[in-house]
Design a protein around this ligand. Sequence first.
Ligand code: FRU
Length: 478
Amino acid sequence: MNALQKDLTRLVSRIEAGDRARVDADTRRLRFHLMPPTGWLNDPNGLCWYKGNYHVFYQYGPFDPNGGVKFWGHWTSPDLLHWTQQPAALCPDQTWDIHGVYSGSALVEADALYLYYTGNVKHPGENYDYVNSGRGHNVALAISSDGIHMDDNRLLLENKDYPDGLSCHVRDPKVWKQDGRYYMVLGARTVDSRGEVLVYESEDRLHWTHCNTITTPETFGYMWECPDLFCVDGQMILSLSPQGIKREGNRYQNVYSCGYFPLYGDFRGEYTLGEYAESDVGFDYYAPQTFEAPDGRRIVIGWMGMPDADYTNPTAQENGWQHCMSVPRELHWDGERLRAVPVRELDDLHTNGRTLTFDGTAQCPLAQGADIRIANRGASLHVMIGDAAAIEYGSGLLTLTLSETSGSGRTQRVAEVKTLTDLRILADTSSLELFLNNGEQVMTTRYYPQRADTVRFGGQGDAEIFDMNAMEMTYLEK
Ligand code: FRU
């Protein structure tokens, strides 16, 4: 660690420690979701299992709840339930990342953890648009033997190394090992504003060669952020967060999209992309990243936020922090689409389970955190969470409506679902995650309820309701 790194790390810990009392008294802190100790959080980064722990790194703005210069924050856990805050893993302290240590991923090898990240550089000047000029987006590598402290940090690729025809926006390396070689995908925007994914390969993890470019026959958005290419249940999936997709009826309702293409053929050569599907149709889900758990499960975590949205989170102004992660979700390919369901570890947080059968209306008290599982038997279904959120299903549509106070600018989102057989709702103090038909569709949103102490049902069905204990979070000492 050099002197600047030491000072920055110390400064961040001091700010976090100074905010501890405020954090402890804050009723909007979530019970079973990861949040920043203070300041801002966006994308999950470097998700992996290394030396007996899950590692969740994340885009972290410790100085500013509205963003600021990005670091990599870091949580570890042996079981996805007991979390320990670790010192900020990467600081903007190199010439190639001086304006932000942007998103990236982890590669686990026997001897070390390799963190590939984007170094963001903004050149000073007035005549730059920072898209086609004035910005450096570098691929850099930090290596750690204990998974906590970085032993080495080096620059691997800069803009001049990327193929011709690209803007300055080339970022978010996702790296994996396959068939004895290493592969990397990078999100890119071309000079004529078309989203693409660059595929690189390497034999030694350090020297990378461009071997393919993946895109759609017709332009699909101007920038593809946070690509991830992985195989689940025998199907290759290209997950991405494309920007510039216009709303079409009930599709693409958010400012930016987040979804996936099934990929057929060879990502290194001839390939075709299947139909694009949205990963989530709520207000707040973006930049998800997957990794393989030690038991082989493909797990995804997404940022419960949306860049450049016109709705807000009152915690930024009032509590000094903003955003959280989704719960970890297990992914499966069912032959037609991806399904995402909360990892089974979360069931260990259940307490006070009760069941209820309704034919007409029924209601039940709700704790601060809850897992509500509904088997629907009617043609329509209504669920009200306190006075804050209404979920209504009928005629092939499921509508989530937030009240004016709870939505903080969020109003309504609609999912098209022919038949609703089951609905699971994970409700935390300031978030809702809805899983439709065993994760066939997901709706994720932040909300800020004034009252969420009852759940009311209308229709015909059976409900199982659990209170959720809080996960254990151990923060760094001063
Ligand atoms: C996605 C993103 C990434 C970038 C990071 C910067 O939310 O814009 O493309 O690396 O956030 O924080």
